[in-house]
Write a protein that binds this ligand. Structure first.
Ligand code: SF4
Length: 277
């Protein structure tokens, strides 16, 4: 059985950077270090962060002193303001590619575009991007365009960095019907684009596809969804423990990919487990 691991599998640049910043901060800071929510959607990484001594809380009101570490997918402006008011030291691990989206939103708004953010309503990255505009519209699927109920002169569109471009195209084709001018900036980041390019080829070239990553990671679930659409023999696993021998009957080639929040050692363990079958 041949095993091929996607070049883009695993941690993206932004997540790697955020984890390094977090671990360095935990090592060097004498005061308590806090984060608002988990660093990435992966249970194994969350455990590593906890072990390093970083405390995860669900509200800034639970932090009275120390260091506030901001996560890779960005934070709404009110959190920066509240942290300053409380005298917290801010260590900002927001991915530079997410900060770039914030800048684009501000620029488009200054040019009088109605801001539309294509992304998942409940995702923190989307909330932080939308918060850069005074009057944003967030769209998750094409049906929501109808619900807007009015027309515009100019719409400026940005996208959550991990969106599926095919889904985005579907939403754009509806948005053109409600505006005279549509300005689209493709803010899907390069690591996500590489992931998606590979995941559109690999399922067609392999008998079985294994996607490694947490079920809480939207990015991993999206890879699984795309892969399964192309090859029904697609299985998502959180770690090598979930691998089942029966998936590989009559299988000659296995393709392996992993979400941007999946650490390398989990991918390696999956490869070793499949080799051992
Ligand atoms: S998915 Fe892209 S934008 Fe998000 S953290 Fe990774 S590199 Fe940055």
């Amino acid at each position: 059985m041949k095993i091929k691991v996607a070049k883009s599998a695993g941690f993206c640049f932004g997540v790697k950077r955020a984890i390094e910043i977090a671990l360095k901060t935990a090592r060097e800071e004498k005061n308590d270090v806090y984060m608002l929510g988990d660093i990435v959607h992966n249970e194994f990484v969350v455990e590593q962060i906890k072990k390093a001594g970083i405390k995860v809380v669900d509200s800034i009101e639970k932090i009275n002193s120390g260091v506030l570490l901001l996560r890779a997918h960005g934070t709404v402006p009110e959190i920066y303001e509240r942290a300053k008011e409380k005298g917290l030291k801010i260590v900002d691990a927001t991915c530079p590619m997410v900060l770039e989206i914030h800048k684009i939103v501000k620029k488009l708004e200054s040019e009088n575009y109605q801001i539309v953010v294509i992304g998942d309503h409940n995702h923190d990255e989307v909330k932080a991007i939308a918060a850069q505009s005074k009057n944003p519209i967030v769209i998750e699927n094409p049906h929501e365009v109808k619900k807007i109920g009015k027309k515009f002169k100019k719409i400026g569109v940005v996208v959550q960095s991990t969106q599926n471009i095919e889904k985005v195209k579907g939403i754009l084709s509806k948005l053109v019907t409600i505006t005279k001018e549509l300005r689209f900036i493709n803010t899907i980041c390069k690591p996500t684009q590489d992931h998606q390019d590979e995941i559109r080829k690999m399922p067609l070239e392999n008998d079985v596809m294994i996607i490694v990553g947490s079920f809480t990671s939207a990015n991993t679930r999206r890879l699984t969804e795309i892969s399964r659409g192309l090859n029904p023999n697609t299985y998502q696993v959180e770690s090598a423990k979930n691998i089942k021998e029966e998936w590989f009957k009559n299988c000659k080639t296995v393709g392996i990919s992993a979400g941007a929040s999946t650490p390398d050692y989990l991918i390696k363990e999956v490869v070793e487990k499949i080799k051992a079958l």
